[in-house]
Design a protein. Structure first.
Length: 394
């Protein structure tokens, strides 16, 4: 969060009912953003970098009223930073009683003079801040990484498809006393676009290169769904880099013929109808009934932001992945925690039960009331399980 900007409500911003009109909020949120730029890097930070931030989507929510003379306090945080886009989240509270009045979530795409999306310039990245940095790998690619805490053996979070590292937001905010490393896989978030012919091994090799770049010899690897496929590939080919393994809502088996056909259909959908269509189709099956609406909406927004190239590359990688079942009995010396949402409809709990039964000594935790995404749907339970596991293996 930035330091608050205070703005006074003027009578001409209010409507016939006497209160700040809903349409005026957008203008006030914008004025607060300009104030921030004016006090920080300068209002010309975008034009100097040769880009313009075009608003792609703006969502305002209203919670209470404001009247002429009310002072509103505006705070801003970076909710996401992608390669060519970023999302700002703003809150307005009434100064006199600290009442939250409205929030705005605004997705910006950086465009050039011909209105083509271009990477968010470094000067702008520095200006909008955020805890994410791009790490250069020996391969020449860059991965965006959010890091927290300190420690010799970090917990390396590997997100699923089609998400980014912010799927681990609750855990990043809550686990202290350990070093946490949460990258965006190539093709997602603020990492480089995918390479041609991406495979699950490509993602795994990127992560080994990331550990090298961060000077980390061993990590506890925690993979969610597709991230679990990557984690199993790391366990197969880079066992010496793993201190422990956490597999969440994932499976060892390869896709069936029907599953592979489904991947091809999804690739066609992504190419013709974009990330929105993928988010809509997958969103319908992701969550347990009764999921918190804000958590659900955050994940859907994350999926809609996913670059089509990243979606297509990941679908191809998952379609062509090898069966890892034969690896499992060989992992007896690797402390392993398997977790599953009891209401996961995408990777049903039986897959996790099979994983845990096949890995000697593996612990299984079934998270009641969670669907495919326990870290988001049951954040406290997931965080607690990870804390215990880390205490045991690090
Ligand atoms: C994921 O969440 O990563 C995907 O659901 C995995 C898959 O489709 O196999």
């Amino acid at each position: 969060m930035t330091a608050p900007i205070e703005l006074t409500v003027y009578p001409d911003e209010c409507d016939a009912f006497g209160h700040l009109n809903q349409a005026s909020y957008l203008a006030l949120f914008e004025r607060a953003r300009w104030e921030l730029l004016a006090r920080g890097p300068g209002m010309d930070v975008f034009t100097k970098a040769g880009v313009w931030p075009a608003v792609r989507r703006a969502t305002v929510e209203y919670f209470a009223g404001a009247w002429p003379g009310d002072v509103l306090r505006f705070e801003l945080e970076v909710a996401h930073r992608g390669r060519t886009s970023f999302t700002l989240r703003q809150r307005a509270t009434r100064a006199r009683d600290d009442q939250l009045v409205a929030t705005l979530e605004c997705l910006f795409v950086c465009i050039d003079a011909s209105e083509r999306p271009v990477p968010v310039p470094d000067a702008v990245v520095a200006a909008i801040g955020g805890p994410v940095r791009r790490v250069a790998l020996a391969t020449g690619a860059h991965l965006a990484v959010e890091e927290r805490g300190r420690g010799e053996v970090p917990l390396l979070f590997v997100h699923g498809y089609p998400f980014d590292h912010t799927i681990w937001r609750a855990q990043l905010d809550a686990i202290d006393g350990h070093r946490l490393v949460a990258p965006d896989l190539r093709g997602f978030g603020a990492s480089d676009p995918p390479s041609d012919g991406t495979t699950i091994a490509t993602y795994a090799d990127d992560l080994v290169a990331l550990l090298d770049a961060l000077d980390v010899r061993e990590a506890v690897v925690c993979g969610l769904s597709m991230g679990g496929y990557v984690a199993l590939d790391l366990a197969r080919r880079h066992r010496e880099r793993l201190r422990g393994l956490v597999l969440i809502d994932t499976r060892a088996e390869a896709d069936s013929a029907e599953g592979r056909a489904g991947r091809d259909a999804a690739i066609a959908t992504a190419r013709t109808a974009g990330a929105d269509a993928i988010a809509e189709a997958m969103g319908a099956k992701l969550f347990a009934d009764g999921v918190d609406a804000a958590a659900r909406d955050g994940v859907l927004a994350m999926m809609r932001r996913a670059p089509v190239a990243g979606i297509v590359a990941a679908l191809g990688a998952m379609r062509d992945r090898a069966d890892a079942s034969a690896l499992l009995p060989t992992l007896g010396d690797l402390p392993t925690l398997v977790m599953t949402g009891t209401e996961d409809r995408l990777v049903p709990p039986d897959a996790a039960r099979r994983l845990a039964a096949a890995i000697p000594g593996a612990e299984l935790i079934e998270v009641e009331g969670a669907g495919h995404l326990p870290p988001v749907e049951r954040p406290a339970t997931t965080t607690e399980a990870l804390r215990h596991f880390l205490a045991r293996v690090v």
